[in-house]
Ligand binder design. Sequence first.
Ligand SMILES: [Zn+2]
Length: 297
Amino acid sequence: MNLKDLTKIFSMSVPVGLVMVFFLISASLGYAYWNLQTQYDSLKEEKASLEKTLGVKEENLSQVESEKATLEGELMGEKQKVEEFSEQVGEIAETVGVLDKLSKIDPELLQKYSKVFFLNEHYIPQGLSSIKTEYRWNEENDIQIHSSVRSYFQDMLSDAVDDEINIYVVSAYRSFGTQSALKSGYKVLYGSGANQFSADQGYSEHQLGTAVDLTVVGVGANLTGFENTEAYTWLQENAYKYGFVLSYPKGNGYYVFEPWHWRFVGKDLAIKLHREDKNFYDLDQRQIDEYLVSIFD
Ligand SMILES: [Zn+2]
């Protein structure tokens, strides 16, 4: 074989080689494309499936959320009911407390008495205690007062002493019997004039154990002229702070002026009467009764 032949063969195989190279490239590109297409299809399928799952999940989620909202609404409703109920329970407990307290307080203590309405002759206070000797006008006579009122009364007299005012008690609790005897005494003294209900309108108040007749040196046991004493002025300015009021003040429409006769009505009511410049007997009984529950506060 000569050089000429070799060149011929060589020149013939160049196009064959090109064709082969082209074929190989096409085949590999085709494969790559097929491969990508397959992957693409599979991903597309996966995406659809995921989208479907997501759709279901979203639907579930919105259902759960709506259920949650409903439950929350119900919960709020129940919570409100519980709150209202406990509020009612609180109110009832408070009412029961007030009623219980009231049931232990003698309703007569704030009763208005008159010529037609007075205490039953068998009435006896819940408890009576002796007033300290130093405050009695006559130290030898035991004087009793309603047990729950004694400390208010003695505090008042003790504070008056601090202001250099010495006040003494002539009379406090008086039983029906004592009162009758006294009335007979008045009858003897004043004749039939004493017969108009009683010589002392404060009769019922003394039988309650919450009223006191007060005096000072210079006035003594017959009580006349007490309104002109420093003690009377002091009581007018201070007695309400201890729960005491004058039952029959000057110019009252019920009975003669009794400057010595003071009745315990509790601090709340006494303060109200003092502040409004009113008399106990001028108030409505219903209005007075509102103060019964706090009489010993
Ligand atoms: Zn009196």
